[in-house]
Design a binder for this molecule. Structure first.
Ligand code: GAP
Length: 441
């Protein structure tokens, strides 16, 4: 049985993955705060992404640009004029809705009145604020609506510093802000989001090959995250639905409990952005082929991944319910690579100092493999296992009297319990470390 959104929201809050933003003040729509386990899961996803698409490649350059940019950049990119959604307002209850999300354009979904929804108007989704103490138009700056902009404006800097040969890409992970008319479905549509984006620069004639390589790369990444192949779908986006800068877009959609919806996007942005920023800034952004002397604006393939949507898909895919030892349980079958905690170490009894001391030693030893090795000596061992199952910890390791040598042949061995099956193995401490290491490779 698939998890419902309510089950995931409840688990996320209860176990410290994700809380509603500023909850004690009644919250702020479209914002969420990541708790200790959520931040670990999020960082693991981001680190896996960075390792896959940046660190293990010679053609990628990481950057971390400012969220606030010169507003001329957003004029040039077309966001000031066109980054908008159609909005309608109900004349009766004054509530606002996205016109393209309405099931019945004649009836207000909030108050139920008919014929009260006004004409759609375009609502710009960029958050505007003021830089410095001066008032007026000239001080208006925007919180970036996509991380992409920071990469286009640094194209020339990276070329001048590193002289990369085409094709090469810039990569960035960071916050973006969108004043969504109707934030909804937990992490799916938020106002403060995080993106992991690549702008991959190619010769104009090579775009199709690069597009295909990124398409395959994105699918492979979905698999590495543990998203079932059957739950990820590709949608060729029709010309009229594509963003203003794109000549081809594939949406990777995921089967969320609220329907099949966009998880990630892959776009062919042509030379739209470099050309617009060249015109807007008055700076030459052409690439010069050092061998031939040829000058041209490279074209761009852009794989874009929302972190929150990825995390939600990871949690949805991992959530399982079964029966173990005659008891119902819920657990997260997370890939060890993204699991917030890699293993939990526990002394069989917490009131036996010699067991506690040995278990601490074991934990310290395992932390050489990975620091995220938890400690739990609360309650009975079965309860400890269940607590770790629910947060997706792949292994639980128990130190007992045999570890201390009660049965001499078992001295310095531990039990290692596997989360998904509940099966246990008796292993040497070194072998347990090896199990953890192998799961992360
Ligand atoms: N630079 C291209 C770009 O920003 P997009 O399709 O608007 O394209 C890319 O967004 C990805 O960012 C989406 O596929 C999704 O994962 C994520 N995303 C966009 N808007 C979001 C929102 N309001 N809340 C959560 N994630 C969002």
């Amino acid at each position: 049985m698939k998890a419902s959104l309510e089950q995931i929201v409840s688990l996320a809050k209860r176990r410290g993955f994700v809380y509603p933003g500023s909850e004690i003040y009644g919250g702020l729509a479209g914002t969420f705060d990541y708790g200790p386990l959520g931040v670990a899961l999020k960082k693991n996803i981001e680190n896996l992404w960075w390792r896959t698409f940046v660190d293990t490649r010679d053609d990628m350059y990481g950057i971390d640009a400012a969220i606030l940019m010169n507003p001329k950049a957003w004029e040039a990119s077309g966001h000031v004029a066109g980054f908008s959604d159609p909005l309608v307002e109900c004349a009766n209850c004054k509530k606002r809705f996205r016109a393209d999300h309405l099931e019945d354009a004649g009836t207000c979904p909030a108050c139920g009145k008919q014929g009260t929804l006004g004409e759609p108007r375009q609502f710009n989704m960029m958050f505007a604020t003021k830089a410095g103490a001066s008032e007026g138009e000239s001080a208006t700056v925007y919180l970036r609506p996509e991380t992409a902009g920071g990469m286009f404006v640094n194209f020339k800097n990276v070329v001048d510093s590193f002289h990369p040969k085409l094709p090469f890409g810039l990569a960035q992970i960071g916050k973006a802000f969108r004043n969504e008319i109707a934030p909804r479905e937990f992490l799916f549509r938020v106002r403060e989001l995080e993106q992991m984006e690549v702008e991959y620069f190619v010769r104009p004639e090579a775009w199709e090959e690069a597009f295909e390589a990124w398409r395959t790369g994105m699918l492979a990444f979905a698999k590495e995250l543990g998203l079932p192949e059957a739950s990820v779908h590709e949608l060729e986006v029709a010309a009229e639905d594509r963003a203003h800068y794109s000549k081809r877009t594939i949406d990777f959609e995921f089967d969320y409990p609220f329907g099949r919806k966009e998880l990630w996007g892959l776009a062919y942005r042509t030379d739209f952005d470099l050309s617009a920023h060249q015109a807007g800034s008055g700076q030459k952004l052409e690439y010069i082929d050092e061998a031939s002397g040829e000058k041209f604006l490279p074209h761009v393939i852009e794989p874009s991944f929302g972190v929150g949507r990825t995390m939600l898909a990871v949690l949805m895919s991992a959530f399982k319910e079964d029966e173990l030892g005659g008891e119902a349980r819920a657990y997260l079958a997370l890939s060890p690579k993204v699991a917030p905690i890699k293993a939990m170490v526990s002394p069989l009894l917490k009131n036996k100092p010699e067991l506690v001391e040995k278990a601490k030693e074991v934990r310290k030893f395992l932390q050489k493999v990975h620091p995220a090795i938890a400690w739990d000596d609360n309650g009975n061992i079965g309860k400890r296992y269940r607590r770790q199952d629910e947060i997706g910890t792949p292994f639980c390791i128990t130190v007992d009297f045999d570890t201390l040598g009660e049965k001499p042949e078992l001295k310095d061995t531990v039990t290692l319990r596997h989360r998904d099956t509940g099966e246990q193995e008796r292993l040497s401490i070194e072998e347990a470390a090896e199990r953890i290491r192998a799961s992360l490779a």
